[in-house]
Design a protein around this ligand. Sequence first.
Ligand SMILES: O=C[C@H](O)COP(=O)(O)O
Length: 237
Amino acid sequence: MKLLVSVRDADEAVLAAAGGVSFIDLKEPGQGALGGLPIDTIRHIVGVLRQRSSRLPISATIGDVPMQRLDEIRARVQAVGSCGVDYVKVGIDPSHMGDARRALALLAGLAGEGLAIVPVFLADRGLDVDLLQHPGRGHWAGVMADTADKRAGSLLDVVARAALARFVSASRHAGLMVGLAGALRASDAAALAQLAPDFAGFRTAVCRGDRAGALDAGRLRELVQAMGEAERMAAAA
Ligand SMILES: O=C[C@H](O)COP(=O)(O)O
């Protein structure tokens, strides 16, 4: 299981890369669950990481764009995708199923332009694995579950373990890389190792204060240790 950490600037990205993170995610945490960074900032961070010979995969979010605004989603995906990131993350709110399906179809079409797109299903009101049967699924680069309301607790408090296991397994079945996130804590490491997604994403747990605060090297170290230990124990079981 890769450890994804969300960062908002080049200093945080370098800190995360040096701290043992295996997946760097670019976002502005002060602007919501999928807050987007300015395009120039994304390009700058990618440049800094690549200059340092970091080959870590990099994702970036397009921002919290309402799903009905298909033209804006298209433009943001294309702009973020032009920055040299490996993956473009787009939030999907399944509580508006018609809009969600139309947005997912758009993302499948954009993948034809050579963009590796990861729909991020907001799981605050549950996870609908039927969306993983969307006809466009073969064009996505992966899928994620995440939460919008970080005050409600960890994803593991908000969504039943069995539903998360179904999401991971249905994603695999569809041939998709799968990630879990949503105010996850270091103490969730053992449960995450059991669920075994391809990656687990963190921001809140590695910050001083809330997720809009600064990335904290000590918290990051503790998280890397906890995740490594949980993986070793799951492998030994
Ligand atoms: O993509 C991962 C998220 O940025 C995780 O953020 P969070 O831990 O605050 O939910």
